[in-house]
Design a protein around this ligand. Sequence first.
Ligand code: ADP
Ligand code: MG
Length: 395
Amino acid sequence: MRTVDQIDLEGKKVIVRVDFNVPLENGMVHEEYRITSTLPTLRHILDQGAALICCSHLGKPKGKPKPELSLAPVARRLRELLEREVSMAPDCIGQEVSDMAGGMQPGEVLMLENLRFHPGEKENDPDFSKDLASLADVYVNDAFGVAHRKHASVVGITRFVRECCAGLLLTKEIETLTDLLREPRKPYVVISGGAKVSSKLGIFTNLLDKVDRIIVGGAMANTFLKAQGYEVGRSMVEDDLLDTARQILDQARQAGVSLYLPVDFITGQSTESRSPAAVRPYQNVPADEMILDTGPASHALFSEVLKDAGTVVWNGPMGLFENPAFSQGSFGMAATMANIEQAVTIVGGGDTNALIYDTGLADKFSFVSTGGGSFLEFLEGHTLPAIKALEECSQ
Ligand code: ADP
Ligand code: MG
C-alpha cells in the first residue's frame, strides 16, 4: 500500500478523509486528539506544495443537513492548529464546492461540510463517491476510525480518484497494531467495558482463541451478572442478550480463557447523582439502585489479573466515568495499566481514549489507537473494507 510520503504532491489538489468526529461543547471542540493525530499528514501535504481539502463525518445526521453537526467549529480549531486560513465549504459536493475546490492555490486549506449530510456517504453511492473524487487529483485516507465502514468516502471514492494512498496516521495504526499483535506477548489480557455487550460481541466470539484472560467491566458486566441470576436493580442491562451472555461464559470456559467479572460495584440513585449510594458486593445490589462503576475489590482483583500480563488491550470504560462520582473504576484501571512495566499496553475507543487523555497518562501506554469499532475489528483479525479498497487502488 502506498503512503502519502511516496507520492509527488507538488501543485496538486489533495483530498484527505480524516476522522474529525470529535465531541463538541458550546460550539467548541471538546476533545481533539483525533484532530492532532492527523496533523503530521496534513502538514506534510501542505509542505509539499499542494492544496488541501479535508473531509469527515461528524455524529449521526442521518443523511440530512443538521446545523448542530456542522464541521465549522472543527475548521476553526484546525485553523489554529495549522496556523493558517481554513475555508469552510457550505457542503461536501455540488457546484459551489466544486468551484471553491477548483480555485484553490497550493498551501490553501478547505474543510468540506459533514459527509453524512448526504445519504450517499453511508450507502457507498457511486455518484456521491464520484462527485467527491472529482474535487481533487489525489485521495489520501487517514481515517482509521472509520476503516471498518463500507462508506463512500473510504471505499467508493477509491474507484474514481486518479491516485490514492494511505495517510501517516492510518499507516501508523496498521503497522503498530500489526506489529504489537503479530505474536502477542503472553499472558494476553483483553479488558472490555463500556455500555453494551451487543456492540462488542466480536471480542467474545473472535478473540477467544487468541487471548488468555478477559476482564469485563462497565455496563456490559450487568448483563453477565443478570444472566447468572443476580439482581442488577435499575442498572443498564440488555435483556435480549442474557442467553448470549451465558453462552459466552460457557465458551470462554471451554476455550480455557479466564473471564473475570467485577466482584463489587459502586451504585447510585441516578446517572446524575452527585455522590455514590454505596459500595455493593455483586450478590447484594438492591432493586432500587443502579450499578454505575466497578468497586475497590474489583480493582484489586483486576490489578492482580494484570500484574504478570505480557500484552493488555483495553476498550470500554469501567463505569459512567463522565460523572466524577463514578469515575474511580475507570481512572483506577488507567493508572494500573499505565504502571505495568513489562507489558505492551494498547488502548482504543472514542470514550476510552477521552478517559485516557483526561488522566494525563496517555504517553505511558505503548499505543493509543484512534479507532473504536475499527480497532476492535482489526484486533479480531478482520480485513477492514477501507484498507482493502486502498490496497486495491494503490498497488
Ligand atoms: P468506547 O467509545 O471507548 O468504545 P463505549 O462507547 O462502548 O466505549 O462505552 C462508553 C460508555 O459506557 C460511556 O459513556 C460510559 O459512561 C458508559 N458506561 C460504562 N459503564 C456504565 C454503567 N455501569 N452504567 C451506565 N453507563 C456506563
Ligand atoms: Mg463510545
